[in-house]
Design a protein around this ligand. Structure first.
Ligand SMILES: Nc1ncnc2c1ncn2[C@@H]1O[C@H](COP(=O)(O)OP(=O)(O)OP(=O)(O)O)[C@@H](O)[C@H]1O
Ligand SMILES: [Mg+2]
Length: 250
């Protein structure tokens, strides 16, 4: 039976230097949801995404990916097929051509030698070409990636995720380093691609406006805890101002 649930988290806790920076008793995320994580700087957004993406493994608690414990999923090499990650600084290799950066999305599936070989003769070129067409960059296949603009590089990162074809995409402030116009274009494109594939998206964002406009569920973190978990239309000015208010001293 295929579960609707993509992530199930219980009793999650992350401690840094003796301080609990994340504490989530329970959280379930279903397939097809588009989730924006919001909250002030230091609230725990990157920590949560880091844990879900397998980058941080010092947490306590249980995480299941489609009912499989995360650690089992990673050890059975299933993680890469299910979870795609977009990092703020794209993680592209500037010296390589656009197509080779896109094909890096398949590295988890390929053996080492096939991966290495692909640096010389792009394999599965069709897959990469179709992904690059979907992000509007098919004319720049063999361009050196470092010569592209920031927005174009972010689209290469999206194409790389497309060839990976994961069930869920995790992105930590994917548009933070772009100007507002480009940021909205990339976000729109990301959401469109996720919708087309009926994938799940979890992304941290600093813009509440974009969170409300493009996402189906907004989870706000405050001091490492879930402050609210609401649909965009349920969010009021009052709740936002208490989310971003400073903790009273004393
Ligand atoms: N490697 C680390 N070592 C020690 N403390 C850390 C580490 N990573 C994060 N923290 C602390 O954990 C808390 C949560 O940080 P996190 O990066 O998750 O916040 P955030 O919500 O992503 O903030 P921002 O909006 O600024 O990106 C902060 O107090 C931060 O200082
Ligand atoms: Mg962060």
């Amino acid at each position: 039976m295929i579960s609707k649930n993509i992530f199930r988290v219980t009793n999650l806790s992350q401690i840094y230097e003796g301080k609990e920076v994340l504490s989530i008793p329970e959280l379930s995320i279903n397939l097809g949801e588009k989730i924006a994580l919001i909250g002030s700087s230091g609230a725990g957004k990157s920590t949560l995404l880091g844990i879900l993406s397998g980058t941080i493994d010092t947490y306590k608690g249980d995480i299941y990916i489609q009912n499989l414990p995360m650690k089992v999923c990673v050890s059975q090499n299933k993680f890469h097929k299910k979870v795609g990650i977009i990092r703020q600084h794209f993680d592209l290799v500037g010296e390589l051509s656009v197509i080779n950066n896109v094909l890096a999305g398949l590295l988890g599936e390929w053996g080492f030698f096939k991966s290495l070989f692909s640096l010389f003769i792009p394999q599965e070129k069709k897959k990469a070409l179709s992904a690059l067409t979907r992000v509007g960059l098919n004319h720049k296949l063999y361009r050196k990636t470092s010569t592209l603009s920031g927005g174009e590089q972010q689209r290469v990162a999206l194409a790389r995720i497309l060839v990976q074809n994961p069930e869920v995409i995790l992105a930590d402030e994917p548009v933070a380093s772009l100007d507002p116009k480009r940021a909205e274009d990339i976000l729109k494109l990301l959401v469109k691609l996720v919708d087309e594939e009926n994938e799940t998206l979890i992304t941290s964002l600093h813009s509440v406006e974009y969170a409300k406009k493009y996402f189906t569920r907004i989870i706000a973190l405050k001091d490492g805890e879930i402050f609210f978990d609401l649909k965009p239309r349920e969010i009021t000015e009052e709740i936002l101002s208490s989310l971003y208010s400073f903790k009273e001293m004393g």
